[in-house]
Structures are given as C-alpha cells and as structure tokens.
Write a protein that binds this ligand. Structure first.
Ligand code: MN
Length: 428
C-alpha cells in the first residue's frame, strides 16, 4: 500500500498548485449543506469528500471500523470517530487516499457515487470540528513569555524561575470555543488603568488576538493514569489553528493571583479542518535546545516539533488586509508531547476531543510576534495597516485571519484558516 504522505501521489481531482489540501493532507472536519448534514468530511482541493456518502456506497465495508459504522460519519463532531482509535483513523485516511489517487477508477468512474460523495467547499458550512470537554492553554513560546515578562515585570528577569522547568498552562473555557467565521463580540469587563483611582466596568479597550496552534486529544486516559513521554504522541489526533482572543485590560487587572479568567473566556476560534499528526510526519523538526535539561519525565529524544509556517492578517471593515506577523510553530520551546505528558503527570484524565493550545507563538524578530500586545509593544509602537490607519489593539469591525502551512521538498500541506470579526461590545 502506498504511503499517503508520498509527495509523488496525485489525485484525479484537479488541485491548484499551492492548495492547502492536496492528496497528501486529507484533514478531517464536520460540515453541513442545505440538503445534508451534519456529516464528517475530508478536504481535497476545492472539495469536501462526504465520508458518510463514501461509507453508504460501500467503500469502507472491508475496513472493520466496528458497529458504529456508518453513523459515526453522520455526527455533529469528530469525537465519536476519533474515539474509534488510531487504527481506524489510519485506515480511513489510507482508503480515502486510495480512492482519490489518479490511477484508481473505483470512485472516479461511478458518476452517481462521485456526485454524492464530493461537495464543493463553497457550498458547505463548516462546523466546529470537535466538542471539547476540556481546554488547556499553554504558554510555551520562550520569545512570547520573555516579551510579556519584559513588558509587565522586569526586563532583567523576564522569565519567571519556573518557566524553563514546567510547561506553564491554565485551564480555559471549552464552551466558548467557536469555529472559524464566527463573529467575536468585544467583552465588557472590569478593568483599572494604572493611573485610575478605582476599577470600572465597560467594553475592553485592549482587545487582542493570540496566534496559537492547538492539538486535539485522540486517546483518553483513566483518572490516576499518567502518560510516559515516549507515548505522548499516541494520544494526539491532529492539529488546528487557534486564535485565543484576549482582553488585555481585563486580564491584567484580574489575573493576580489565580491567572487568566474572563479576559480569555469570552471566545476562542478554531480552524475547521483537523490536520492529522500522521499527515504532519514529514515536517518534524527539532525544537530549541532546552537548558537546563528538563526533569526526567519531560525528557525526550528525536524531533517532536513541527515546521508549520504561520501568518496573521488584520482587515479593517471595508478595507484591505494587512499581514502583520509571520511566525513558525517549530519555534516552540515545549513540545506538544511534553505539554501532554505534563498535563497528565498528576493523574488528571485526558478525554477524546480535549483541546490543548500552544500559547502565543512569537518569533525573535519584530515581524514574527504573535499578538498585538507584542506587535505594538503594549500600545507604545502603533502598528501601521495598509489602509493608512494604525492599531494599538483591535477595533470593532476588524477581521483577524490566521493561516498555516507546511512546505518541504515540493510538498505543501495547509491548515486553511481561522478567521473572526470583532463586533461592538454589548450595551450596558
Ligand atoms: Mn493564549
């Protein structure tokens, strides 16, 4: 059987060069149309392959996916499909790859099946890909943590003493995670300017984005069980782009001493297509050298970071888009495996569909920072946009779009995008 990641594979479906969704990617998502849905699908070029329809035509019959077939493909989230386990995800991705290969007539030559199984992406509405029971946000970029430390604490001691020992994180809010395209309402909240005598309640004046990548748990654990670092990646289904919208003024007033709360929980956005860890295999890279060496339970060999190019663009209402940042997921100090092993190290149980986000992904240069806070340096260096305006933080009507892709040896696979527009705060 051919390796679905083989750069030489090509499909009988026309796929534009530079598409995020060549035959080597095959990310999973959930969609609906006026006539059908919700259904699980796989992105291929400009199309969605309807997995329920594929199953109905019998193309999965010999895969032994269990009694939940085919209704597992007719669900509002990927959770039940993911719960079937890695052998099932691999078998489905492998079969989809075979069906879409240029030299396989099985689907291509059956006109009725082809019409039923392929839907144009322009005709579908994408839903949130998973129903996360739990959401954790980490803080794993050393550049980001250093920048925040310089701005808010002490430039000479920007990193707190624990940072190089623990993948720092906090438990976030799963219920307000929304799919790309959902508008984000500016939150009201309590904030206190440094020179104000007392706090006040009202619309956040410092609304921000955070460029992050999230991973989705594919294999849970029982309460009390831990995950040795060498098995951590077996618990990961795939990756999404993640915008952890943040209200800096609310955050900076409320976060002492228990950490982020309402400055974060008003909304986070995920991209609709989950790129599997299997598809990302060719893009493994080494992370930064960890100094001092982590404690034994977090120590790992080989390459556990992934070379994903990331971009952030801001588009004011009715205006042109400006790319304001270009960063890379491969820069992260703590790997996803280390995050997962650390999360489970106290016996806390992981659940299928949990979402763990990386933390803001900032690079070392001024054009690779992953938040407005850093790009405009806490409002002291307003960021110019293509329409001639400038930003310290986000304004109502601003659309923030994040994109991500991997590229190597002529093979390019992408994440699509996560986008959201800022709406005015609710009155009163
Ligand atoms: Mn964050």
């Amino acid at each position: 059987m051919a390796n679905p990641n083989d750069p030489a594979l090509h499909s009988w479906i026309d796929i534009a060069p530079g598409s995020d969704f060549p035959i080597q990617n095959l990310p999973f998502g959930v969609f609906e149309t006026a006539e059908r849905g919700p259904r699980l699908g796989v992105a291929i070029g400009e199309y969605v392959l309807d997995l329920y329809a594929v199953a109905q035509f019998g193309f999965f019959d010999d895969l032994e996916l269990g009694a939940k077939m085919p209704k597992v493909f007719r669900r509002r989230s990927l959770n039940q499909f993911i719960a079937l386990g890695r052998p099932a995800w691999r078998a489905v991705r492998q079969r989809v790859s075979e069906l879409l290969r240029h030299d396989n007539p099985a689907l291509r030559n059956q006109e009725e099946a082809m019409r039923e199984c392929l839907v144009r992406q322009s005709e579908v509405r994408m839903l949130r890909p998973v129903k996360p029971q739990n959401y954790t946000d980490f803080y794993s970029s050393i550049e980001h943590a250093t920048n925040v430390g310089i701005m808010f604490r002490d430039p000479a001691n920007a990193l707190l003493p624990n940072w190089r020992h623990i993948p720092i994180g906090y438990h976030g809010r799963a219920s307000s995670i929304v799919v790309s395209g959902t508008d984000i309402r500016r939150p009201n909240g309590q904030r206190k300017a440094p020179d104000a005598a007392a706090p006040s309640f009202g619309p956040s004046q410092q609304l921000d984005f955070e460029l992050e990548v999230g991973f989705i748990v594919g294999k849970g654990t029982h309460l009390g069980e831990t995950v040795p670092i060498q098995y951590a990646e077996e618990h990961i289904f795939g990756l999404v782009l993640f915008n952890d919208w943040s209200a800096r003024d609310i955050q900076s007033w409320e976060y002492v001493p228990l950490g982020p709360f309402l400055g974060k929980s008003f909304g986070s956005s995920v991209s609709p297509w989950v790129v599997t860890l299997d598809a990302l295999e060719p893009f493994r890279v080494a992370g930064p050298v960890q100094e001092p060496e982590p404690l034994l339970y977090l120590r790992q060999l080989d390459n556990h970071n992934f070379d994903v190019h990331l971009e952030v663009a801001i588009q004011p209402e009715g205006g042109p888009e400006t790319t304001v940042s270009r960063s890379n997921f491969g820069l992260m100090y703590w790997s996803m495996a280390q995050q997962l092993t650390h999360q489970a190290s106290n016996g806390c149980n992981l659940q299928v569909g949990d979402l763990y986000a990386s933390g803001t992904i900032s690079g070392a240069t001024p054009d690779s920072l992953g938040s407005m806070l850093e790009l405009a340096w806490r409002g002291t260096r307003p960021l110019p946009l293509a329409d001639g305006s400038e930003r310290k933080f986000l304004l109502d009507g601003d659309r923030v779009t994040m994109r991500g892709y991997c590229e190597k040896d002529g093979l390019r696979i992408g994440f699509g995008e996560v986008t959201g527009k800022v709406l005015p705060a609710p009155a009163g």
